[in-house]
Design a protein around this ligand. Structure first.
Ligand SMILES: Cc1cc2nc3c(=O)[nH]c(=O)nc-3n(C[C@H](O)[C@H](O)[C@H](O)COP(=O)(O)OP(=O)(O)OC[C@H]3O[C@@H](n4cnc5c(N)ncnc54)[C@H](O)[C@@H]3O)c2cc1C
Length: 466
């Protein structure tokens, strides 16, 4: 089977579905390939940040989106060695929504894709797994996918890899990955939640362990952070010891830890932080986790992936409509998104370094006075709230058509040509004027010389006559 499209997006995660929506909205022919048959996967990260909510507002989708079941997170806290501290406050953000919306990612993706399907130029192909790229004349010209074992060729003007941290697209394109060492992995599981339990996102740190509890109405999505590669030894110590560790950090969970009866209920997710050295090559671009895998620290990965999608749509919709996407257009997307990626990953790496120190101290934590003092610095919680909820360089949906850089190149060339012609004409006029002035001077000089010669001759004649 063969499919022809303007833009083939590989991966129906937050980056891919948002980008598909935005491009289709601008009239670009888009085909999104998703390898699974639905979006239903647990522990994928369910945070929809205020800056993403602003994007939904700009698209006129916010009101309907907020009708879906979700929890509002207005602040985040930390229990350190038994004492509670506020970490981030989202209630004063300069955004339309002053909270993070917690919503299962499949609800978010179903919502967005159902709206995208209303555009005639949008196509979502589920159960289509990209396995290779089509390359022609040193340019990526499409994707080879498998649908129920059948080969499907999707030819496109541009391929965008949004296929996450284990991206097939980026490896098939030979894009180089810069790995940053991460000392942690996360064990995800559920524990039921009772009325009166803490409602905000809560980190619990003590005895060399870290437990994150995210309020999901009737249950907590719990993340137990472990040293990288130590899941086998955690399992070897047994489920009883694991349950006891949880209870030690959050004693108020009480008997609820007994709900964990099998390691099957615990999903180990490998944490990575990495970044592509170059996000593109002719005919291909990577964004989201495919370009920069994010740690769950701060829960900012989905937001960053969506911001990438907004920037890519802003910069590429015009060139895609003109059916000419140059390397310069693709480089512009990388340039725009590299700064927020670097800043966010830098902060995550710092947070992980702190995690290493926590693991090294299995005793009860004594909170250092500088940490307590920082709590009293005015605005500090709001600043952390901004860093998490909005982040560096938030993107906004733009509807002006950016022309392809070929068009821009032609226009630039035309401008340069006009300027050169103008300068040339001015220079020629100046030289001609100068020459005319000189010639006129010479003529005048010659004229006056001739005049004085004639006058001299006349006076000589007069003297001779006399
Ligand atoms: C343990 C953990 C917890 C996290 N928690 C949070 C959180 O709470 N909040 C947050 O913001 N971020 C969180 N993150 C990070 C977040 O999940 C990612 O940064 C974000 O999902 C990236 O979005 P994406 O669209 O780029 O990629 P992904 O979400 O990974 O989506 C990629 C999509 O591509 C599909 N795909 C993959 N390969 C192919 C292929 N060959 N062909 C077709 N389709 C393919 C996949 O099925 C998937 O649907 C967490 C990460 C981890 C590891």
């Amino acid at each position: 089977m063969a499919v022809e499209t303007g833009c083939c997006i590989v991966g129906g995660g937050p980056a891919g579905v948002m980008l598909g929506y935005l491009l289709a909205r601008r009239g670009v022919n888009v085909t999104v390939l998703e390898k699974h048959q639905d979006f239903f996967r647990d522990f994928r990260g369910d945070t929809v940040h205020p800056s993403t909510l602003d994007v939904l507002k700009e698209l006129g989708l916010l009101e309907e989106f907020l009708e879906l079941p979700h929890q509002k997170v207005e602040s985040a806290g930390l229990v350190l060695g038994g004492s509670a501290f506020q970490v981030a406050d989202f209630r004063h953000l300069p955004t339309h929504c002053k909270f993070i919306a917690l919503m299962p990612q499949w609800d978010f993706l179903n919502f967005l894709s159902s709206h995208a399907k209303k555009f005639p130029s949008f196509q979502l192909l589920m159960q289509h797994q990209a396995v290779d790229l089509i390359k022609e004349r040193r340019r990526v010209a499409g994707v080879v996918a498998l649908n129920n074992g059948q080969k499907v060729e999707v030819r496109a003007d541009l391929v965008i890899g949004c296929d996450g941290r284990h991206s097939v697209v980026r490896s098939a394109a030979g894009l180089k990955v810069i790995e940053r060492g991460v000392p942690i992995d996360v064990l995800w599981f559920r524990i039921s939640r009772m009325p009166g339990d803490p409602s905000d996102v809560l980190g619990n740190v003590n005895y060399g362990k870290v437990l994150i509890l995210i309020n999901r109405a009737d249950y907590f999505q719990a993340g137990f952070i472990i040293r990288k590669g130590s899941f086998a030894s955690v399992q070897a110590r047994g489920l009883d010891a694991f349950r006891e560790s949880i209870r030690q950090l959050a004693p108020w969970l009480g008997e609820r830890v007994e709900e964990l009866r099998d390691w099957e209920q615990v999903k180990m997710l490998t944490v990575q932080i990495n970044r592509l050295k170059r996000w593109h090559r002719p005919g291909l671009l990577c964004i989201g986790d495919a370009a920069h895998a994010m740690s769950p620290a701060g829960g900012v990965g989905i937001n960053l992936a969506i911001q990438d999608a907004v920037a890519a749509a802003n910069l590429l919709a015009g060139p895609l409509l003109e059916r000419w996407v140059s390397d310069r257009d693709l480089a512009a997307v990388e340039r725009r998104r590299l700064f927020p990626t670097r800043v966010t990953q830098g902060v995550q790496l710092l947070a992980h370094r702190g995690m290493g120190r926590i693991f090294d101290n299995p005793k009860p934590i004594h909170v250092a006075w500088p940490f307590k003092a920082i709590q009293h610095v005015p605005g500090v919680h709001r600043a952390v709230g901004y860093a998490i909820g909005v982040g560096a360089r938030p993107e906004h949906v733009r509807d002006d058509v950016k022309r392809s850089s070929r068009g821009v190149g032609l226009a630039n060339a035309a401008c340069v040509g006009l300027v050169c012609a103008g300068v040339g004409m001015a220079a020629t006029a100046a030289v001609c004027g100068w020459a005319a002035w000189k010639i006129w001077g010479k003529i005048a000089e010659a004229g006056s010389e001739r005049g004085s010669r004639n006058a001299g001759r006349a006076s000589t004649t007069a003297i001779a006559r006399s």
